[in-house]
Ligand binder design. Structure first.
Ligand code: AMP
Ligand code: GLY
Length: 424
């Protein structure tokens, strides 16, 4: 079978890497890809229109298209493929609202009694400010739409919360994504990512993981797309796992089906484990990045039949999915300055030395080929991932990989996995 992967980050490199191990895959294409993906798949520029992409997929006889990021899902890429009877993995446009509209997600949670922070949604800035005045800070102020992980602003004080509302609703810092704001109470606890595959009816849980969203050590600095991840996340005990499946995952998937928005694909639940139990921070409609980089190396089973079963509605036949016992850790090497503006075009060296370390895989994110060199081409540049017997060793090996790699102004966190290690 020929497979097309859409996307260009570390998540997509990990997807291509895992899909390439399948016995039933004959060739993988990736649009637009990056320098690392180009070493194991054919990378092709992405056409502007989904219809042109579907034409191409039809002419190339692509058996399955796997959509990595949320934006094309929210824009209806899967709808276009479905209309053409082409198989595409991921939710359609209506179902992708679970990530693309925080208000939609909150309403679904309220309706189905899914534990989450209390909230109100506003389109009017003055009403939003009056609400903040009547409630205690801290609150979290969130642009309703997709804002590349940057649309959530903590309002620790009244002044900060008002500034956040002004920046989203008045100054339009996130454009249309800020047509409305969701204001939420603060949840306190430890975060974890809970990932399931679903065909709209059956839900197949992945092993647990946790990412590190803040740019600097000790969870300080700015919110980023994710500076590292590890799996398993010991905060998710077997009891919490069952609770999340029963109180969050199935009510979400069933609730979506009830309103005619059957959700097929990856349901990624961002959780806060509070003293009162797990509560939902957000839903994503695709694999986490960098969570995918630690989840996929732990998956022993072939990924292709699992993704196909989500599309075909036969996922229940795959309940016996197999996992490696090894733990996995991923350290992101970013361009200096990220998530603020940064330089690109810096030459990267040491990639082969890093990859030769036992258990280490270097997934590329923002990289491109420039003559004989691989150079930086984005904020998050490399995802240095290691699998080993136990988290401690996985983390240590990932950092060995990091120290083998050089590029000017490289920035990475030194404390990936610290919460898990503290539990040892
Ligand atoms: P979100 O994209 O909604 O998951 O928010 C991004 C990050 O902001 C989360 O991973 C949390 O670290 C933080 N966050 C969002 N909402 C809350 C909340 N209600 N209480 C505490 N932290 C939050
Ligand atoms: N790592 C967070 C995300 O993918 O949204």
């Amino acid at each position: 079978m020929k497979i097309l992967v859409i996307g260009q980050g570390g998540r997509e490199h990990a997807l291509v890497w895992k899909l390439a191990q399948s016995q039933i895959v004959e060739k993988i294409y990736c649009m637009p890809g990056n320098a690392g993906i180009a070493q194991i798949a054919e990378v092709i520029p992405m056409p502007d229109r989904f219809a042109d992409l579907a034409d191409w997929a039809e002419s190339e006889n692509i058996g399955l298209t796997v959509v990595g990021p949320e934006v094309p899902l929210a824009e209806g890429i899967v709808d276009t493929f479905n209309e053409r009877r082409l198989k595409a993995f991921g939710p359609d446009k209506r179902a992708a609202q679970l990530e693309a509209s925080k208000d939609f997600a909150k309403e679904l949670m309220v309706k189905n009694d899914i534990p989450t922070a209390s909230h109100r949604t506003f389109v009017d800035a003055e009403e939003a400010m009056a609400y903040i005045e009547d409630h205690n800070t801290p609150v979290f102020v969130k642009a309703n739409g997709l804002a590349a992980g940057k649309g959530v602003i903590p309002g620790r004080t009244f002044k900060e919360a008002v500034q956040a509302v002004t920046s989203i609703l008045v100054d339009r810092a996130f454009g249309e994504a800020g047509d409305s704001v969701v204001i939420e109470e603060e949840l306190i606890g430890e975060e974890a990512s809970f990932t399931v595959l679903t065909d709209g009816t059956y839900c197949l849980p992945f092993v647990s993981s946790q990412d590190h969203k803040m740019s600097h050590d000790g969870d300080t600095g700015k919110n980023t797309g994710g500076m590292g991840a590890y799996s398993p996340a010991p905060v998710i005990t077997p009891e919490l796992h069952d609770y999340v499946m029963q109180r969050v995952v199935y009510p979400t998937v069933n609730g979506m089906a009830e309103i005619g928005c059957s959700f097929k694909g990856v349901l990624y639940v961002g959780l806060m484990i509070t003293d009162a139990g797990p509560k939902v921070l957000e839903f994503n409609c695709r694999f986490g990045d960098p969570e995918a980089q630690v989840l996929l190396p732990r998956l022993k089973s072939d990924l292709v039949p699992l993704l196909m079963a989500c599309v075909d509605g036969t996922l229940a036949q795959h309940a016996d999915v197999q996992w490696h016992d090894d733990a996995a850790a991923c350290v992101i090497m970013a361009s200096g300055g990220y998530p603020d503006p940064y330089q690109t075009g810096e030459v990267i060296t040491g990639l082969e030395d890093a990859a030769s370390i036992h258990g280490v895989n270097v997934f590329h994110a923002g990289t491109k080929q420039d003559g004989d060199n691989i150079v930086t081409a984005g904020g998050r540049v490399l995802c240095v991932t290691a699998t080993a017997d136990g988290l401690h060793d996985a983390i240590q090996q990932a950092y060995q990989g990091v120290s083998a790699i050089q590029f000017a102004d490289a920035h990475f966190r030194n404390d990936i996995g610290y919460r898990a290690l503290e539990r040892d």
